[in-house]
Write a protein that binds this ligand. Structure first.
Ligand code: NDP
Length: 284
């Protein structure tokens, strides 16, 4: 068997086109959806991510603003900026690019963002709403993965879904979304005994560890849908996921590539969250 490749780039373009149309509709009412991204320090990867997010916003017709702050910015200064953005009616979404420098309390920063503008969906209220089945913002990566499963016509209800990696931004919210859709969910972490025994049960396998090649073909159930969230830069400069693509594609039914899989969907869903925030702000 050779797996179908799930084209995240093509699907993300469809999603972005939908956002563009919704943006146009809001503009006719005099509202320009706006996202502000805060970047603290000089992390090279973060700078690329922020640039891509801003460009995607502009392309959808939204207003985007990047506030670049020095690595020595104090926590208080950052919190003040966020509080001002919370009050600004022209700003519908606020995103603080992670990681932050060590002297800044990331949790405190995220909790200072107004939950109604928290387009990353990381605020504790948004995590709680998601957990209790009343999501306001769904974190972008898991939200994008749900869209990919939908586009594959995957049967989620009753499926065995195994997630490798249990971070607050990917694994845990992913588990909540899959559970809400009726899957039987297993969430694995670095202490999981016999990872292969877990992954081989999966009809839907999602891997988000940051460990290149942690899942190989022999750990996959024939015909499974495999979603590779990992983004790893090898010493030779090559970008790879957490799944060993060549062996996995011989066994899986469908698989996402890296790059061109989950990454573009994450950005597309950020735009969806921003347009949703802007639409909600006009409804109130
Ligand atoms: P974190 O480092 O926050 O979490 C990694 C998770 O993987 C932890 O739960 C950890 O377990 C688990 N883990 C680590 N080693 C193993 C192992 N050997 N077996 C089983 N589980 C293991 O990572 P993130 O969730 O932030 O990111 C994961 C990957 O996804 C990274 O490569 C990141 O770059 C990528 N990413 C990609 C995005 C995209 O848009 N495509 C978006 C976000 C992330 P434990 O809890 O025990 O420590």
């Amino acid at each position: 068997m050779t797996a179908r490749i799930i084209d995240g780039k093509a699907l993300s373009e469809q999603v972005r086109e939908g956002v563009r149309l919704r943006t146009q509709a809001l503009r006719t009412k005099g509202v320009v959806p706006g996202l502000t991204v805060l970047l603290v320090g000089e992390n090279a990867a973060s700078q690329v991510y922020v640039r891509n997010k801003a460009a995607a916003c502009e392309k959808a017709g939204m207003h985007s603003r990047v506030i670049q702050l020095g690595a020595d910015t104090s926590e208080e200064e950052l919190l003040n900026i966020i509080e001002n953005l919370n009050e600004d009616p022209g700003v519908h979404g606020i995103l603080v690019q992670l990681p932050l420098p060590g002297h800044i309390d990331t949790g405190l920063v995220i909790e200072t963002i107004s939950a109604a503008k928290d387009v990353d969906g990381f605020h504790i209220s948004n995590a709680g709403l998601l957990m209790t089945g009343r999501p306001l913002f769904r974190p972008c990566t898991p939200y994008g993965i749900m869209k990919m499963l939908e586009s594959e016509n995957a049967v989620v209800r009753g499926a065995e879904a195994v997630i490798v990696g249990a971070s607050n931004i990917v694994g845990k919210p992913m588990a909540m979304l899959l559970l809400a859709a009726g899957a039987t969910v297993t969430l694995c972490n670095s202490k999981t005994r016999d990872l292969g025994a877990q992954t081989r049960r999966a009809d839907i396998l999602i891997v988000a560890t940051g460990r290149p090649g942690i899942v190989t073909g022999d750990m996959i159930k024939p015909g499974a849908i495999v979603i590779d969230v990992g983004i790893n830069r090898l010493p030779d400069g090559k970008l790879v996921g957490d799944v060993d693509f060549e062996s996995a594609r011989q066994v899986a039914g469908a698989i996402t590539p890296v790059p061109g899989g989950v990454g573009p969907m994450t950005i597309a869903m950020l735009l969806v969250n921003t347009i949703e925030a802007a639409e909600r702000s006009t409804a109130s």
